[in-house]
Design a binder for this molecule. Structure first.
Ligand code: ATP
Length: 385
């Protein structure tokens, strides 16, 4: 059992703005939990408070039901896997893994150490490398040695702080797969901090999205993608990011750039009385009508000028500029700043499949299923649907 509970956790450095503001979260035994958000959102601070490297200003931290607020890091039995793996270059893989056991002088017999290191190295597929030095290992193997150290200690949980951020894209992809495989195999509770939404989506059983110290949403990757609770989460999850389009509300019709969309039921009730909303449509939900694929019932089609295309083989992106509605542009600019964006919100991005023949300068015939729309309140940013 190793369950980690955060109850109304607050962290203030000095008397400034809280770096972590009233975060409550239960991490289940064996769960792979990701903390994700842009730089400065408080994710590392949160992780450091779990490990005990940072004091908690208020709130309670529980591990397996026991309050650990005042417990020293070494007494929490958690294993932090650092970005540089913190391996000793002059020691073999065997000795690096055995290191935490040797530190507990006299507690383990040589036979016991050998048994534990061997069990860990076979789980991590390192048996063949036990006599090598870290300098002769690949990045992935070094990562596994670092995990091996945590395993021999029988740590209750693994904690990772951006372990892949210094690697190039290819290696990062390989290591990501490796970490996921090892974690699933061992079933150890894991908390992993990253600012990379791809890592978050591919690794996490659940993902906690943070903004300015405040927890925005905790959900499975699929739920974050399909049902983001606000503009921030919607814009953070997904590549290319969700399009945010201003829409005038005219009775039961939403007037988007290029197209009017009739609304009914719950959505019609939610937008009633508003003049303006922000409609989110993911680039992959906009389709090329000329491909002749079956369209969902109620699909809405429209023509739009394509300014630029990017062909990637299996898919292509088409960029469609539109006239900004000043009334919502300030909200979108603010969102863009929060997402560390480049201020390119007045063009719509379409993720077309590789078969599409749409080219720059075309008037493309596109369609989408209105059920795929996300509708947001322009003031609060909350999702209305
Ligand atoms: P990054 O990805 O850039 O590391 P983060 O999301 O992990 O960002 P934190 O490092 O947790 O964010 O920082 C959250 C906020 O707390 C930031 O505004 C940061 O400047 C502030 N902060 C972090 N550590 C300290 C410190 N030791 N003293 C004062 N302020 C700090």
């Amino acid at each position: 059992m190793s369950q980690i509970q955060l109850q109304n956790i607050v962290k203030k450095y000095g008397d400034g703005f809280p770096a972590v503001n009233d975060v409550s979260l239960d991490i289940a035994d064996g769960e792979f939990m990701i903390f994700v958000g842009p730089s400065g959102c408080g994710k590392s601070t949160l992780l450091r408070m779990i490990v005990g490297l940072e004091d908690i200003t208020s709130g309670e931290m529980l591990i397996d039901g026991r309050m650990v607020n005042d417990l020293a890091p070494r007494d929490r039995n958690l294993a932090m896997v650092f970005q540089n793996y913190a391996l000793y270059p002059h020691l073999t893989v065997f000795e690096n893994i055995a290191f935490p056991l040797r530190l507990e002088k006299g507690k383990h017999s040589e036979e016991e150490i050998r048994g534990k290191v061997q069990a860990a190295s076979s789980m991590l597929e390192l048996d063949e490398h036990l006599e090598r030095k870290p300098g002769n290992l690949s990045g992935g193997q070094r990562q596994r040695v670092a995990m091996g150290r945590a395993i021999v200690r029988d740590a209750d949980a693994f904690l990772f702080d951006e372990p892949l951020s210094n690697l190039d894209a290819k290696l990062r992809g390989q290591m990501r797969t490796e970490i996921a495989r090892m974690q699933r195999r061992m079933g150890i509770t894991t908390v992993y901090v990253t600012h990379d939404q791809t890592e978050a989506m591919t690794l996490g059983d659940r993902v906690a999205v943070l903004k300015k110290g405040i927890l925005q949403q905790v959900a499975s990757p699929r739920e974050l993608y399909e049902q983001p609770v606000n503009l921030f989460v919607a814009g953070f999850i997904g590549t290319p990011p969700m399009n945010f389009l201003p829409a005038r509300v005219n009775g039961n019709v939403l007037s988007l750039p290029f197209v009017d969309v009739p609304v009914s039921g719950r959505l019609a009730e939610q937008v009633a009385g508003k003049e303006l909303v922000i409609v989110g449509i993911r680039p992959e939900h906009l389709k090329d009508a000329s491909l002749g694929d079956a369209q969902a019932q109620g699909a809405v089609s429209f023509r739009a000028p394509v300014d630029q295309t990017e062909w990637l083989g299996n898919e292509q992106y088409a960029y469609i500029p539109y006239q900004a509605d000043e009334a919502v542009q300030h909200k979108l600019d603010e969102l863009d700043r929060e997402l560390d964006g480049e201020g390119m919100r007045t063009q719509m991005v379409v993720n077309l499949d590789g078969r599409s023949r749409i080219r720059e300068g075309d008037e493309a015939q596109l369609y989408f299923d209105p059920a795929a729309m996300h509708v947001f309140d322009p003031e609060t940013g909350d999702c209305l649907t």
